[in-house]
Design a protein around this ligand. Structure first.
Ligand SMILES: Cc1cc2nc3c(=O)[nH]c(=O)nc-3n(C[C@H](O)[C@H](O)[C@H](O)COP(=O)(O)O)c2cc1C
Length: 224
């Protein structure tokens, strides 16, 4: 017996977007999607969007099956869209076998989605290490304590492993002596395409896609 309300009933009348949506004029955009990304991100921060820098990253495994999870964007430059994770996690192994990814951001209160596709480049040892050392001690302890996404027995196992790492940090002579990680990696998605989607109150949603032509970018509108 299914005693759950149907999804259709449960979400009936739930708003997807607010009535007031930001104006988007695809004819008045910068030449680079990276600039437009920064404009939209700044507007999202101004509008107090929660976690506007969280992004869904899709990768494929060795059987060609897709996988997706949310991570935090670390940087967005003309080089690409960067996030960081462990190379020995499922996503790290998937990126090693198939170094390409799709990213998606969704900011419901702005009615905006951004999609990015491209090849993925792992950073070098120095950049990975610098990023790792900027992390919160507990975040570092977690990376050093266990392999991401491997089976955890219970909460106590996690707490004990993190505590052991934090004790180890405390016993060290300052932050400079703190251990690094052999697996922490900054991955940069070098964009081939970047699409900006703006919801319209009358459902005439606007889509603008930038495509890389090697040196620069071309732009096209897409049917919603
Ligand atoms: C808001 C949010 C931010 C996250 N940020 C990161 C991150 O920056 N790096 C990371 O490795 N995992 C991050 N995670 C956890 C991932 O979603 C995921 O659970 C983990 O990386 C294991 O993924 P995998 O098994 O596909 O490798 C975040 C999760 C959430 C909900």
């Amino acid at each position: 017996m299914n005693d759950h309300q149907s999804l259709r009933d449960l979400v009936h009348g739930v708003a997807v977007f607010p009535d007031e949506l930001p104006h988007f004029d695809p004819a008045a955009v910068p030449d680079s999607p990276v600039h437009l990304f920064h404009e939209w991100l700044a507007a999202a921060v101004d509008a107090a969007v929660m976690a506007p820098h969280s992004v869904t990253v899709a990768t494929v495994d060795r059987d060609g099956l897709p996988d997706a999870r949310v991570v935090i964007l670390k940087d967005v430059t003309e080089q690409g869209f960067s996030f960081a994770s462990s190379s020995d996690s499922p996503k790290g192994r998937q990126l090693q076998g198939s170094p390409a990814a799709a990213l998606a951001l969704f900011w419901p209160t702005m009615g905006r989605q951004i999609r990015i596709r491209g090849k993925v480049r792992p950073a070098g040892v120095e950049e990975n290490d610098a990023d790792f050392r900027r992390r919160h001690p507990v975040a570092r302890a977690l990376v050093l304590a266990g392999e991401q996404s491997s089976r955890l027995r219970d909460r106590e196992e996690l707490d004990a492993a993190v505590a052991a790492q934090l004790d180890r940090f405390d016993a060290l002579d300052g932050e400079a002596a703190a251990p690094g990680s052999a697996t922490w990696t900054v991955y940069t998605v070098v964009p081939d395409t970047v699409e900006f989607w703006q919801a319209d109150p009358e459902r005439r949603h606007l889509r603008l896609r930038y495509a890389s032509d090697g040196d620069g970018w071309s732009r096209a509108l897409l049917w919603p």
